[in-house]
Design a protein around this ligand. Sequence first.
Ligand code: NDP
Length: 250
Amino acid sequence: MERLKGKTALITGGNSGIGLATARLFVAEGARVAITGRNRETLDAVVKELGANVLAVQADATDPAALERAVAATVERFGKLDIVFANAGIAGTTPVGKTSQEAFESILKTNVTGVFFTVQAAAEHLKPGASVILTGSVHSELGVPGYSAYAASKGALKAMVAVLASELAPRGIRVNVVSPGATRTPIWDAQAPTPEAYAKLEKGLSLTIPLGRLGEPEEIAKTVLFLASDDAAYVHGQDLYVDGGVNGAP
Ligand code: NDP
């Protein structure tokens, strides 16, 4: 079933992990998709894999002008914009005493400023029925040591979605957050650079997840598809957890 037939989507961070899984699913569901990221090689690889329904634009999420250019290129190529998945993000774990100002601000700049200016650049092109989805995280609630900047950045999206939802509702535009729990993507590479380190990390994380395993990027993508599609026509201003039961577990 082509649930996104005739729709055009912009996915930031569409060349890896959750964004890439979502780009694949959206194309399979009939959408035309523009993806952004910084890495030209992986952007080109997605176009090679998915074909002419995909446009890859190199754009740093910390640069509002680049985001504006990415939106303009999307509208120029596909004629319109119906779905925005503001997903590009970085993680980082350092204890409070060891977090540099640069590291803290880098996370905020990518995960909050980047998301806001993605939405701002896209908003003027969105019409009634459009859907905006931001990638949050279960970390906005968890209080895991080392995650001050990351948790603050994702918590900011929870606050921001309420405002965006009020501002954009009169124009018929829905806005929601999808908040994954630990998901098997390259975002963990820095923390666990070897297969052995990754296996150890995964084992430890799995013990903290009621369903006993990490999520797959495809599982997050299916939720993003739901929020993007008309199946979610009455879902607005929500933060939807896809986390194996971590949020809300006793
Ligand atoms: P990946 O590292 O696989 O993907 C991150 C994506 O963001 C890449 O496409 C990367 O592209 C892009 N990106 C990062 N920084 C920038 C930047 N400055 N400008 C443009 N693009 C950028 O990780 P995930 O797929 O896991 O992460 C996607 C989102 O999901 C993030 O917001 C993350 O916080 C969130 N998340 C992930 C969880 C997980 O466990 N995996 C859990 C909860 C939330 P490039 O490198 O080319 O710039």
